[in-house]
Design a protein around this ligand. Structure first.
Ligand code: PGA
Length: 265
């Protein structure tokens, strides 16, 4: 059974105080949730303080990016060792904003992915097509290329620890979510690609999150789809109440589907 994973990507938002206040509040609201893996991705500057608040709780800590070298003359970059040292166990790689504004390529994401895996950090690898690509009927082709190129030379053992986030670029921060059917179609397509790359067992165990304008009002319909295993949430993760609501609704759906499964067994 795949445990759903809900991530909160705060992007370039929140001072240290704002971040700590939000997480204190979140901890009260979701501290007892068992059926969902919860991760927050604050900006680098708030990681240490937020890490102290979530230490020993059910809320995991992740960075929004990292470089692939461990140390050296790379002004402005942050290494895997540094994020581990500060308490991060997760990292987002290849978010579409990094691809778009910072020109990150699949090749670079592949380098980061290999280092994350060898350092014991759980990578959340983002893929997704732009609106023109979808309109031209190229969405699957683009996602296939992203998956194949980002996952080059990844071993089966390493593959088991990857989380994928399917985030159609046209749905990020726009208020326009993919319909559950559109999302499921792509998630299933990704799962089949993973089967070709890593085999049936691994493809069935990997979590594929959906991302793009997820909010309390649409999380349930998305989570009901068979191949959607959680969400990477931007805007709605900035406030404790909406993020907690998304987490609680996910936990409910996951409870219902696991009891249905045990009835059928
Ligand atoms: P959004 O962002 O929820 O604000 O659309 C999602 C993301 O970029 O991960």
């Amino acid at each position: 059974m795949r445990i759903p994973i809900i991530g909160g990507n705060w992007k370039m938002n929140k001072t240290v105080k704002e971040a700590v206040d939000m997480v204190e509040d979140l901890k009260q609201r979701v501290g007892n949730i068992q059926d969902v893996e919860i991760v927050i991705f604050p900006p680098f500057t708030a990681l240490k303080s937020v890490g102290e608040v979530v230490k020993g709780t059910n809320i995991g800590l992740g960075a929004q990016n990292m470089y692939w070298e461990e140390e050296g003359a790379y002004t402005g970059e942050i290494s895997p060792l540094m994020i581990l040292d500060i308490g991060c166990r997760y990292v987002i790689l290849g978010h579409s904003e990094r691809r778009q504004y910072f020109k990150e390529t699949n090749e670079e994401i592949n380098k980061k992915l290999k280092v994350a895996l060898s350092s014991g950090i759980t990578p959340v690898v983002c893929v997704g097509e732009k609106i023109e690509e979808r309109r031209r009927g190229k969405a699957k082709k683009v996602v296939e290329e992203q998956i194949k190129d980002c996952f080059k030379e990844i071993t089966l053992e390493e593959a088991r620890r990857i989380v994928i986030a399917y985030e159609p670029v046209w749905a990020i921060g726009t208020g326009e979510t993919a319909t559950p059917e559109q999302a499921e179609e792509m998630h299933l397509f990704i799962r089949n690609l993973l089967k070709d790359l890593f085999g049936e067992e691994i493809s069935q165990s990997l979590r594929i999150q959906y991302g793009g304008s997820v909010k309390p009002a649409n999380i349930e319909e998305l989570m009901k789809e068979k191949d959607i295993d959680g969400a990477l949430v931007g805007g709605a993760s900035l406030k404790a109440d909406s993020f907690a609501e998304i987490i609680k609704k996910t936990a409910e759906i996951s409870k219902i589907s696991s009891s249905l499964r045990s009835k059928n067994e």
